[in-house]
Design a protein around this ligand. Structure first.
Ligand SMILES: [Zn+2]
Length: 160
């Protein structure tokens, strides 16, 4: 995909709000900078919100030139591999987490959340794609909110 024409917006440091930074590298046209104030490494330009919503349409998972083309088929074909990866993630979470509640930001079809939910975790997801968030709700019965993290309100924000 040619990212050079992708709609974008400049952003200040999301941690401290500083607009002072220095360029570290450019990754596929996206400038990676280090904040001069707090040291956070971030993209000084990020995809415009509307463009992101459009990108995560059905095409992202089905036939786009970016994203997870054939994601469901890949999941089924490599199910054992996914299970090994999820098992490792589960071990990592058990080692680092203080509780058994998890909010996955960008949970896609909810495969990991389903895996963890079956192992006693209280799981919830946020997913920008209407297609995949609906899949997660319908197929796994997950609490999966369609939207972006910054769109959560006190009414629909999971309690963690
Ligand atoms: Zn900063």
């Amino acid at each position: 995909m040619d990212w050079s024409s992708f709609p974008r917006e400049k952003t200040d440091c999301i941690l401290c709000g500083s607009s002072s930074s220095h360029l570290l590298s450019v990754q596929k046209t996206w400038p990676v900078v280090r904040c001069s104030e707090c040291g956070l490494v971030y993209l000084s330009e990020r995809p415009a919100e509307k463009a992101l919503t459009d990108m995560y349409s059905r095409a992202y998972y089905e036939d786009g030139d970016v994203g997870y083309r054939g994601y469901l088929r890949t999941y089924e074909k490599y199910h054992d591999t996914f299970m090994k990866i999820f098992s490792r993630r589960h071990r990592d979470l058990l080692h680092h987490a203080r509780g058994r509640r998890l909010l996955e930001i960008g949970c896609a079809y909810g495969f990991l959340l389903d895996y963890l939910g079956r192992r006693g975790w209280d799981v919830q997801g946020v997913e920008i794609s209407p297609l995949s968030s609906e899949y997660a709700r319908i197929n796994w019965g997950l609490m999966c909110i369609q939207g972006m993290l910054n769109q959560l309100t006190s009414r629909n924000t999971p309690t963690m």
